[in-house]
Design a binder for this molecule. Structure first.
Ligand SMILES: [Cu+2]
Length: 116
């Protein structure tokens, strides 16, 4: 870590379809994990503040994640499960969200650049 606290770490991960991912809050800062974009047919998730959540990524594609409290500060993450079949739509949604941010406007783009 570089000392930043309003970040997901890692902020990009690639997993296999059917894998589970656990989000763990590292400070009591009201952090939450919300999915704001998922592959078609995938179930969105919303963690309670300061609470761990484990999600199963059972649909192939790109998922966009935000901390509900710090999303305007660019606290966002990207998960790729299998092939990025919905990448163009994910980029569009990420651009819309990034436009509303006060800081970290480039984070979604940097994370999505890692999708292969
Ligand atoms: Cu947060």
């Amino acid at each position: 870590s570089d000392g930043q606290t309003l970040v997901f770490e890692p902020s990009f991960i690639k997993v296999a379809v059917g894998d589970t991912v656990t989000f763990k809050p590292m400070q009591k800062a009201g952090h939450t994990s919300y999915s704001i974009f998922e592959p078609e047919g995938a179930k969105p998730w919303k963690a309670q503040p300061d609470s761990e959540i484990t999600v199963k990524l059972d649909k192939e594609g790109v998922y966009l994640v935000e901390c509900f409290v710090h999303k305007t500060l660019g606290m966002v993450a990207v998960i790729q499960a299998g092939k990025p079949v919905n990448l163009e739509a994910a980029k569009q949604k990420a651009a819309e969200e990034s436009a509303k941010m006060a800081a970290g406007k480039d984070r979604f783009a940097k994370e999505l650049a890692l999708v292969k």
